[in-house]
Design a protein around this ligand. Structure first.
Ligand code: SF4
Length: 608
């Protein structure tokens, strides 16, 4: 026997007619988010469905033609038809002496056109299917009513043969759509700004990266220049940086990107991160609030709907009730050591987008495919390191800047992940050799007259051995946390990467994604903290060779980091303003669209 097809609901068909892509997201990928419109619609339906009552058997409830009979109102009636593969929950069925009709409630207004007031096509199919389901269940029914709350209008609807034919065609089309691929976004439609999935769908952004001369997936192989014969390892003598032949500038942004892209998402998320950093604090829940207590006394409380995530450093205790509530509300909890090591996280069951993960695993398992996005992560990071030096160095070092440009171009031509990691490592060496030039304090003497070396002139970690490295390690940990959250939001497994190889406990994809953001977020926070005297010598703790931050020092870092994450930048590809936190999420979502072949090219975010 062939397997039964899953039942579609009349509500899903309503979505299919409104937008096939919305239908695909909700039906196939199981994605759903609320916005003001859906919350309002949901509460209106809750009121209608509050008094559920069954529909009498068909034989007893078909119209009798007796005008003395009373009208029966059956609410929240569930019907299904195996032969049609459809199901529906009807808000109301009115059974009168001469008619039986479903009444569907909608919060908006009807369509007004040349033929007067009519139903929207999406409402027409929903009501039409309800009529067909009533017929399938033995009732005599030819008409229905759509009640639009905004205008308080009852708009009648009669199901004629041609509309029935159209409805049946749409059902067929919707079934085909469930087999994939995902339908293209609507073209600059007025529906999109009101769509609850606009932040996931990104219709204009997706279109802009499909239009025009998108770069070929394997474009780097087509570049008509050769790598210079000299080894790329940085020479010990910096004067020798000059002889590298400069590779040409490679434009990653497709020419049409940004044109005509509407900003349909808010530039900043409305929620905020909660950092808790004091050992012994206890996090609980009271009503709709998260409370923080010290020695049994509540010292602060936060509304649940205001929280983006909760980050805990060191031994901060949590109640089971708050963990359950945060999981239910899809607010992740992240855990760090006092030194800032990112241990892991707790979150609810909201990992959907199974097709994104299938493509992620397929690309990660194929070296050639994995190399394509890996090159772009490395390229983005090196370009942004170069920009940081050009922007912040007291005397921008020409040779280093030229070499970073060369290494960025070389990263696009790497033929293996090993080679790419070598290029990226060399670029990091060049960048950190010049990093001290971006600091206003004397790195040899330390800030405010401290006598210990403030920066050794190179990147060191596990443990960091100077204050600059302690700050870099902490800000990289915070960024890894935010990139891990963005990976989950986009439906990825953060532990399978392309540039970074899988290793126990390492969020490899989050580390890939964070490459392009390291210089412009984490390094920028460190430079801001130091150049604005926002830290005191007492904010650094020394134990043997290692240096870490005190709770007060960490608090300054958290505040400056969060401020940076909320800073707005003009998105270099889409041309609108977004904050850095949103920009990371956009990159994660665009990576998903690249892997599922919705867009031609993942474009790393580089600033000027
Ligand atoms: S944002 Fe527009 S294209 Fe995307 S699912 Fe919603 S209505 Fe469809």
């Amino acid at each position: 026997m062939p397997p039964l097809e899953p039942l579609l609901t009349a509500r899903q068909l309503n979505e299919f007619v409104y937008c096939p892509r919305l239908f695909y997201y909700e039906t196939v990928e199981g994605l759903f988010t609320h916005n003001a419109d859906t919350v309002e619609g949901q509460s209106a339906h809750k009121r209608v469905n509050a008094s559920e009552s069954g529909l009498p058997a068909a034989s007893a409830s078909n119209p009798t033609g007796d005008p003395t009979e009373e009208i029966i109102h059956a609410r929240s009636v569930s019907l299904f038809s195996e032969s049609m593969g459809l199901t529906a929950k009807l808000d109301l069925v009115e059974v009168g002496s001469t008619t039986l009709r479903p009444v569907e409630y909608k919060k908006g207004a009807p369509q007004e056109g040349e033929n007067g007031i009519t139903l929207w096509p999406s409402d027409k199919i929903q009501l039409g299917l309800q009529i067909l389901l009533l017929r399938e269940n033995g009732f005599t029914c030819d008409e229905g009513v759509l009640y639009y709350r905004a205008t308080r209008q009852r708009v009648p609807f009669v199901l004629d043969a041609s509309t029935e034919g159209w409805i049946r065609e749409q059902v067929q089309e919707a079934r085909k759509t469930t087999q994939g691929p995902i339908p293209a976004p609507l073209d600059h439609s007025r529906k999109c700004p009101r769509c609850s999935l606009v932040g996931i769908c990104l219709p204009d952004e997706t279109q802009s990266l499909c239009e025009g001369e998108a770069l070929d997936r394997r474009f780097a192989h087509q570049l008509d220049f050769d790598l210079p014969a000299e080894p790329l390892a940085p020479p010990a003598d910096r004067i020798n940086w000059g002889p590298f032949a400069e590779l040409p500038e490679i434009r990653i942004v497709p020419p049409k990107a940004g044109s005509d892209v509407r900003r349909l998402i808010a530039p900043n998320p409305e929620t905020k991160a909660l950092y808790l950093n004091t050992p012994g604090h206890y996090v609980g829940k009271k009503g709709g609030e998260v409370t923080v207590s010290e020695e049994g006394k509540v010292i602060q409380s936060f509304r649940l709907h205001e929280l983006h995530h909760v980050a805990l450093f060191g031994p901060v205790q949590l109640s089971t009730a708050v963990v359950q509530t945060l999981c239910e509300k899809d607010i992740p909890i992240t855990y760090f050591s006092m030194g800032g090591w990112f241990y892991g996280m707790t979150r609810g069951h909201s990992l959907k987008n199974v097709f994104t993960r299938i493509e992620q695993f397929r690309h990660a398992a194929d070296r050639d495919l994995a190399l394509l996005p890996a090159r772009l992560f490395a390229y983005g990071k090196i370009r942004n390191q170069r920009t940081m030096l050009m922007r912040n160095h007291i005397q921008p070092p020409e040779a280093a800047i030229r070499l970073l440009k060369h290494l960025a171009a070389a990263s696009l031509c790497a033929t293996s992940t090993g080679e790419l990691l070598g290029i990226e490592g060399n670029a990091a060496w060049v960048y950190f050799t010049e990093f001290a030039g971006m600091l206003k304090c004397n790195p040899d003497a330390g800030p405010n007259g401290t006598s210990w070396p403030f920066f050794s002139g190179e990147r060191n970690r596990r443990p960091p051995r100077d204050p600059v490295n302690a700050l870099l390690s902490l800000t990289y940990s915070l960024l890894a946390k935010d990139c891990t959250l963005a990976c989950y939001a986009a439906g990825f497994d953060p532990y399978i990467g392309f540039l970074h190889q899988p290793r126990f406990g390492r969020p490899a994809l989050a580390l890939d994604l964070m490459e392009e953001f390291r210089p412009i977020i984490a390094d920028s926070v460190v430079i801001t903290l130091l150049n604005n005297d926002m830290l005191k010598p007492s904010d650094f703790l020394h134990a043997g060779e290692s240096v870490s931050l005190s709770p007060a020092g960490r608090k300054s870092v958290f505040l400056t980091y969060e401020k940076r994450m909320n800073d707005l930048l003009t998105h270099p590809v889409f041309g609108y303003k977004v904050c850095y936190r949103r920009a990371i999420e956009l990159q994660a979502r665009m990576l998903g669209k690249y892997l599922t072949e919705e867009i031609e090219q993942y474009v790393p975010l580089t600033t000027r």
